[in-house]
Structure formats: structure tokens, C-alpha cells
Design a protein around this ligand. Sequence first.
Ligand SMILES: Cc1cc2nc3c(=O)[nH]c(=O)nc-3n(C[C@H](O)[C@H](O)[C@H](O)COP(=O)(O)OP(=O)(O)OC[C@H]3O[C@@H](n4cnc5c(N)ncnc54)[C@H](O)[C@@H]3O)c2cc1C
Length: 426
Amino acid sequence: MFDTAIGLTALVFLVVLIRYVIQLTDNNKRLFAITRRGYELELELTRAQVHQAMDQTKRDVRETETMWKGFRRFQVIFKVKEAKDIVSFYLVPMDGRPLPSFLPGQFLTFKLNIPGQKKPVIRCYSLSDSPNHPDYYRVTVKRQSPPPSAPDAPPGLSSSYFHDILNEREVIDVKAPSGQFHLDPSNDSPVVLIGCGVGITPLLSMLNSITEKDSSNKLSNRETWLFLGCHNRVDHLMKEHIETITSAHKNVSLHVCYSSPRASDILGKDYQHKGRVTMELLQQVLPSKNYKYYFCGPPKMLEDFNQGLNAWGVPEKNIQYEAFNSAAINKLTGTESTETESSIKVTFAQSQMTLPWNPSAGSLLAFAEENGIMLDFGCRVGKCGSCATSIERGLVNYLVESAKKPDGRSCLTCISVPKTDLTLNG
Ligand SMILES: Cc1cc2nc3c(=O)[nH]c(=O)nc-3n(C[C@H](O)[C@H](O)[C@H](O)COP(=O)(O)OP(=O)(O)OC[C@H]3O[C@@H](n4cnc5c(N)ncnc54)[C@H](O)[C@@H]3O)c2cc1C
């Protein structure tokens, strides 16, 4: 009897012990599973970081091996009409060497030998395709008509050259890609891209790079809102291409605005909104203001979005825009009516002229032109460095920050104004 009791107690003890061990093992398994999942997540993250770093290293290596200084000869291999007065050029290097990559949003600087011009004409054009096509660069150029205020003025010099003279197989001089207006390749944060008129070109490069697989075959899932502004179907640039890629990518939302739709343009099909792209539209459509904003277009549009986004509370670091001409710079910096010291004297040493500074000229370049002094220039927005002129005496103020800003011994006349009496070697 006693033996049986001991036996039963031992049995119960054994059962309890076994259950305890089983429970402990289960807990351990669960704990292990949790730890393992954490470990896997950490591994995934590390792998992603390693891939990102490797991509960056590959880009850096390719860039140092292939980057060039000064101008390089490129041949036009395709010239494609995209819309009314808008043509794309596909360019390959004559030397057959690989091309450096670029960041979506950057531009090329061209030196054009235009018949009838004494000097080569320098102009910038944004790269309009993604960097995932290492064999060519593409730019998309709009023909510049005379402004409504001067209908008898000649049409744009370089854009007319691109449209009327430059054909397939011809060769032009191109500087390497550059520019501060570009997507940040190091993260996938949500973006709003706004392009009006031909200002859509750098945003197209961004859109294409978001919706294409990159060099390591990865596809971005970056939340992207694309707002496009045009007059109507006639100047609706790359309509089919944009519609095809946006409908194939759930992370991309497209909003097209026609400011003057024709009777044949269909609301809901060709375009989603009648009118211009405005801050009100953005606030109505976007789920929040928490995006990085990239925009490019006419001066008034840049001014409106810059002010509107600031007023909405979007941090400065999340706002990036590209100005295609100096009118935009003047609007954004408020220099249209700048009241800087008008008692300042500016001397152009080579032209042997000393003139009282006229603040309403906007920039030293425009001031020189106003007075019949022709200085070198290119982009007129402080991007290409072509207007760099040495300072013999005095100081200047810059209207905008520029990556090309030279040291104090010279200045970019297109984006500077005199701070003191000034002597330029121009
Ligand atoms: C970073 C950057 C990227 C750019 N990307 C692109 C792009 O992707 N696509 C694109 O199409 N453009 C782009 N541009 C703009 C481009 O560089 C040129 O400014 C544009 O093509 C006009 O140059 P143009 O030589 O044809 O005109 P210009 O000869 O410089 O003339 C400009 C305007 O002035 C008018 N004009 C000429 N003479 C007079 C006169 N006497 N009185 C009054 N008006 C006159 C012309 O009719 C024309 O409308 C970009 C600019 C920058 C800075």
C-alpha cells in the first residue's frame, strides 16, 4: 500500500515534471521564434543597407571612372517629336566610352555653335529619362516663342536650333550631368512631383526612376503623387507613357490639370482637373502634408508653390524646385523691385564704362545687357558657371545659393548684385 502511494506520488511528480519541461521547451521555442524573427528582420535591414551601400559604391566607382571635365562630343541618335513644339534628343558619346550615372532631376549643359552667332551659345537642359539606361542620355526641348509682351522679338536661340537645325547623326558638345535638384537616392520617402509645361522634364526622370527596376533589379515602392499642368491635349507631354506607367504602379497617383481644355479633350480620361495645378488642389487631394516636394515650371508657379508650401508648414528641407530662367529667380527672391543702394557705381573694365547701379535690373548680367555690354552667360540661374566674371574691386551679394559660386575674386553675374562699388573685368 505504502509502496503504491510512493509509486503514485512519483508518477504524479514525473507527469508534472514532464509537463513543466514541455512547457519550458514551448516557451523556449516561442522565445526562440521571436528572437529568430527579430534576428531575421535585423538581417533583412542589414542586407538592405549593404545593398544600398554597394549600389552607392558602384555608382561612385562608375562615376569616377567615367566622369569628364569640360565638354564631350555627343551624337544625336534619335530625335523624337513628343508634343506640339516639344522634341526629345537621345544622345550617345562619340568616344564610345561608358557614361557616368546621374541623379534623377539633374541637367546637362550644352555648347552650341549656332550659325550667325559670334560665340558658342551655352544652355542647360534637364535629363528627361531615368539613370537606368546607361547607354544614352535624353533631353526634351521646348521651342521658345517670343513672349506675348514682345511678339516681334526673335524666337529662342538655342531651342530653335534644337528644333530646326540639329538632326539625327549630328554632333554637339555636352558637359557632364550636374545640379542640386534631384531625388535623394538614399531613401524611399514619399514624394510629390509637380511639373507644369516643359518643367515636367526633370520630374519625368524622377518618375521613371521610381517606376523602373534599378541596377540591382529592385523596384521602389515609394509613394508618389504626380501633378502635371498643361494647356490641353496638344501640349500634354508623353501622355501615353505616363498613363501606362502610373496605371501599372499602385504607389503612383496621377493628377493632370488642363488650364484650357479643347472641346475634344475628355475630363476624367485625358485630364482629371480643369484649371491650373494649385496649392488648393494639393491640399484637397493629398492625405497629409508630410511629403518631399519637387516642382518645376513657370516663374509664377514656382513662386506660388514655394510660398504656399511654406505657409502650409512644410519644412524648408522638404521643398525643392528648379528654375529654368532668371524671371523665376527674381520672383522667388523678390528682386523684381529690389531697393538696393542705387548710389553704387559699377565699372565694366574691358568696356571702359562706369555706370550708376540700377536695382530694378535684377542682376549684374541684366544690368550689363541693359547698357549694351554683352557678358558671357548660359543658364541665367546660377547653374552652369558660364557667366563667371572676375572682380577687380568691390563685393557682391548673391540672390540665390549656387553650387557653382566661385570664390570672392569672381562672381556669377546672372545671380549677383553689387554690395559696394564694383569693378568687373567684363
Ligand atoms: C537647369 C535648367 C534646366 C532646363 N531644362 C530644360 C528642359 O528640360 N527643356 C527645355 O525646353 N528648357 C529647359 N531649360 C531652359 C533652357 O535652358 C533655355 O533657357 C530655353 O530653351 C530658352 O533658351 P533659348 O536660347 O531658346 O531662348 P533665348 O534666346 O535665351 O530667349 C529666351 C526668350 O526671350 C525671347 N527674346 C529673345 N530676344 C528678345 C528680345 N530682344 N526682347 C524680348 N524677348 C526676347 C525669346 O523669344 C524667348 O522667348 C532649362 C534651364 C535650366 C537653367
